[in-house]
Design a protein around this ligand. Structure first.
Ligand SMILES: [Zn+2]
Length: 66
């Protein structure tokens, strides 16, 4: 999918909790983006697919209703 802001192709990845508890977006071809340094997300095993545009610093997330 093209980024709605700059029209570059967005990269797929995951919004996830890390082992130490940070909330990060990880994707191929770039360093993990730490959205929140915290231990709050520790052991949650949270992982949701999404798309990122590192240039515009935008993240697009998929979700399902629980
Ligand atoms: Zn963009």
């Amino acid at each position: 999918m093209k980024c709605p802001f700059c029209q570059d192709e967005m990269k797929s990845g995951f919004l996830k909790s890390s082992d130490v508890g940070n909330l990060s977006f990880v994707y191929d071809g770039g360093d993990p983006i730490v959205l929140q340094k915290s231990r709050v997300f520790r052991n949650l095993f949270f992982k949701k697919p999404g798309l990122v545009c590192p240039k515009c610093k935008k993240i697009l997330l998929d979700y399902e209703n629980a």
